[in-house]
Design a protein around this ligand. Structure first.
Ligand code: PMP
Length: 422
């Protein structure tokens, strides 16, 4: 096992450096550092300069229902969706910006559950397992006794999990809504909300609602509905759709997400929530997101889907290359298996493409605990029980830097021998 003296692989590093071969690799989080070399190659194309006197007001667009959304970002979001063809963004759809789609998820829960009728129970929130989740009781932090990952946390020996649906739903013990677990087994009468994540985190499957009971409302989390992860088969046209800059382009640190909402009242309540929790969303972050989304849309529109400059083309090539290598190693060592995904026609690329999800949903054969097995090889992942399934499954991020991913493959390839020795 790794010791506290082990080298640290920090996802926050600024320049690519060789990773010591005995480092612990943290693939438990979906931190999208993989795209950094692409954006470095783009040089100053996306640089934004903000003078000291600029962006000082709280307000961005006082005439708009979402008064803190910068018009530049609104335009860039709509343009990108039109170019990619992954969502309907007609003029009658409301766009709400949030501090990541994490804030928007909470805004939607508030919007769908308020005002509460005092005679009714809190609104049930469900998602089909396996869903974007962490084990209860961890409250977002998990302690690794012998593994050290991420410099600032060494002192505490704690590694933050990123948030998840159940935790976000239950965190404030709201009387408005409550987490009600797996949508497959949900059988209560009355109002509920089902979260549909498609492609799904953790297993990459394309999903539809499963509870299908009377009184249900749907939130579609489409964080991964972009051409580098999955074929774009139609323009999504749901009542409430969530997207995030984090997974679309890899700029998770900007904390920008957006919702596309049909109903004006729902949109207005979401705006109210964001007003009350943060009086809007950083304009610096919005401006940067607008610039980057504009550049991508322009590249896609002008150079065509098959040019290297096109971000999604680049991302898709990178992801399918990683998946091909991973499948090869998994096939050779015979210890694990991976899900198979149907090939489909991608409207954006104009041809059949394979899915290459942001996470590998790895299953260990012979009932082995997959997460523990990988930890012995200094690979940290997020085990199945965190997502409501057995420990022979684990979730591995496919979005790490090249150096980390290659080291992961090398170590995975070694596991066959070790498993045989056990
Ligand atoms: N939804 C899903 C399905 C995710 O995987 C993530 C990030 N892991 C989020 C939402 C949160 O995105 P953001 O960074 O915009 O808060």
């Amino acid at each position: 096992a790794a010791s506290a003296a082990d080298s640290v692989v920090s996802s926050a590093k600024k320049t690519p450096t060789a990773i010591p071969s005995d480092s612990v690799i943290n693939l438990a989080r979906g931190d999208p550092t993989m795209y950094q070399p692409y954006w470095r190659r783009m040089g100053d194309k996306c640089t934004v300069v903000i003078p000291g006197h600029d962006l000082m007001s709280y307000f961005s667009d006082p005439g708009n229902l979402c008064w803190f959304l910068m018009p530049e970002l609104d335009d860039a979001i709509r343009r990108l969706h039109r170019v990619v063809g992954n969502a309907v963004v007609d003029d009658d759809r409301y766009i709400i910006v949030g501090t990541g789609s994490t804030q928007l998820f909470q805004a939607v829960l508030f919007a769908l559950s308020s005002p509460q009728n005092p005679d009714t129970e809190p609104l049930s929130v469900v998602a089909a397992a396996p869903f974007y989740s962490i084990k209860h009781g961890n409250m977002g932090m998990s302690s690794f006794s012998s593994h050290v990952v991420g410099q600032p946390l060494i002192l505490h020996g704690l590694v933050p999990h990123l948030v998840s649906y159940p935790e976000e739903t239950e965190f404030l013990c709201s009387g408005l809504y409550k987490w009600a677990g797996d949508a497959y087994s949900f059988d209560k009468d009355g109002a509920y909300v089902e979260l549909v994540t498609s492609p799904n985190n953790p297993d990459g499957t394309i999903r539809e609602a499963v509870a299908n009971r009377e009184g249900g409302k749907l939130i579609h989390d489409l964080a991964y509905y972009w051409p580098q992860y999955t074929p774009i088969t139609s323009k999504a046209d749901y009542d409430i759709m969530l997207f995030t800059f984090s997974k679309a382009t890899g700029h998770a640190g900007s904390r920008i997400g957006w919702a596309i909402v049909k109903d004006k009242q729902v949109a207005a309540k979401m705006v109210k929530y964001i007003e009350l929790s943060s009086i809007g969303v950083s304009k610096e972050a919005q401006l940067r997101a607008a610039k980057i989304l504009e550049v991508i849309a322009e590249d896609c529109a002008s150079s065509g889907p098959d040019k290297e400059e096109n971000f999604f083309e680049h991302g898709h090539r990178l992801m399918s290359d990683r998946w091909e290598k991973l499948r090869e190693v998994v096939k050779r060592n015979g210890v694990f298996s991976l899900p198979k995904y149907p090939r489909d026609f991608c409207n954006f690329k104009g041809k059949d493409t394979d899915s290459s999800p942001a996470f590998a949903w790895l299953k260990a054969k012979d009932g082995l605990n997959c997460d523990n097995l990988l930890r012995e090889f200094k690979i940290i992942t997020r085990g199945g029980p965190n997502f409501g399934v057995d420990s022979d499954y684990t979730r591995v991020s496919m979005l790490s830097l090249d150096e980390e991913f290659n080291l992961f493959l090398e170590r995975l390839a070694e596991i066959k021998g070790a498993a045989n020795r056990m």
